[in-house]
Ligand binder design. Structure first.
Ligand code: UDP
Ligand code: MN
Length: 355
């Protein structure tokens, strides 16, 4: 009897220990997923934000549903429609050029998903003069037929031009303080984008694009540009060796890129993607910008330098060709079959608060 009791107790203890062990494994498994996966990842501070913001998972990004009724040209894997340009990066992100995609097919996939796109644009000081053309041409070319919410950040709300917007599209003016240094205006954008996502957009919009105001749309900019993290190749350097890219080259800066490194030189004037990705980008660039400022360093091209450092480590999942941010003073190169968005010619001395 006493021997049996002893055996029973021994077995019970073993079972309890096993259950406890299982519970422990389950707990650490759930905790790790809670931290890393489902609710936003923790990243190294220098090249990814360490902040934790919760985002709902976006289904349409993973699941592309096409209409059974749409007829379109058969795609080929042996005959590309563009042979004069490269249409994929070494990390297998598409590079979007005219002729590489079917706009009707893409729109038919995304329209039933009822996606929404936020766009931010800053017009501080005299830059309000660019707003009218920017907003009017966005109505004609930027995600036509989709839900678009444009956020205009300005210190001169009265100068924001009233534009007639199509159904489902709207504009919000966000008042911000002025500044007598354009470098500061430029630098503050990342912080304001981060705050906007946290306070207004999170769980209301799907994608966001952050655009320079001194520009106009001339052609379609739509669903082909959607991706988790989207960068635009700068029109000024895309044929150059990377040693010529105007990256930040001082070791002391968090935006530093070594001479033998770099994929493309990306524009600070246009970038975007899913909210959580752009939030991480904005937070990281802002944090690094502030760390530099504490050491008395301002990167060569302000947030463009920080964006380029970020994109070197956090590869964009979609890359937009220079069609998506040309410069009006540049003659069009033959491989650029369409200019969709372009920076206007401006006199810096006239419009910037300082030189
Ligand atoms: N910006 C502004 N007011 C200024 C300077 C800059 O609103 O005084 C904003 C504006 O959105 C502008 C962006 O910061 O498009 C980047 O500056 P800019 O276009 O002058 O730089 P660039 O494209 O010439 O490098
Ligand atoms: Mn600009």
């Amino acid at each position: 009897m006493s021997f049996k009791m002893h055996l029973l107790t021994g077995r019970t203890v073993a079972v309890i220990l096993l259950v406890l062990l299982l519970l422990g494994v389950l707990y650490s498994y759930i905790w790790r997923h809670y931290r890393d996966g489902i609710f936003g990842q923790e990243v190294r501070p220098a090249d990814g934000s360490s902040s934790r913001v919760d985002f709902t998972i976006v289904n349409h990004w993973f699941h592309l549903v096409a209409s059974d009724y749409l007829e379109y040209q058969q795609p080929s894997i042996v005959q590309g429609s563009r042979t004069d340009v490269v249409t994929v990066t070494p990390w297998l992100a598409p590079i979007v050029w005219e002729g590489t995609y079917n706009p009707q097919l893409l729109d038919s996939i995304y329209r039933p998903q009822n996606i929404s796109i936020a766009a931010t644009v800053f017009a501080v000081g005299k830059y309000t003069k660019f707003l009218r053309d920017f907003l009017e041409t966005a109505e004609q070319h930027f995600f036509v037929g989709f839900k678009v919410h444009v956020y205009v950040f300005t210190d001169r709300p009265k100068e924001v031009h009233q534009v007639k917007m199509a159904a489902g599209r709207q504009l919000t003016v966000v008042p911000v303080p002025g500044s007598n240094r354009w470098q500061e205006i430029s630098a503050r954008r990342m912080e304001l984008i981060q705050t906007l996502i946290e306070e207004k957009l999170q769980n209301h919009m799907d994608y966001i694009f952050c655009l320079d105001v001194d520009s106009k749309f001339h052609g379609r900019w739509g669903t082909e540009s959607l991706g988790a993290l989207v960068a635009v190749i700068h029109p000024g350097y895309y044929k150059d060796d990377r040693s010529k890219f105007p990256y930040e080259r001082r070791h002391e800066s968090t935006a530093y890129v070594a001479p033998g490194k770099g994929d493309f030189y990306y524009c600070g004037g246009a970038f975007g993607g899913l909210l959580q990705e752009v939030h991480r980008l904005a937070n990281t660039c802002r944090t690094n910008f502030e760390a530099d400022a504490k050491k008395g360093i301002e990167a060569a091209w302000q947030e463009e330098s920080h964006l380029n450092r970020y994109m070197l480590i956090n590869k964009p999942t979609k890359v937009l060709s220079p069609e998506y941010l040309w410069q009006d003073f540049k003659p069009r190169n033959p491989e650029v079959r369409i200019i969709r968005f372009s920076g206007v010619i401006k006199n810096y001395a006239d419009i910037r608060p300082n030189v």
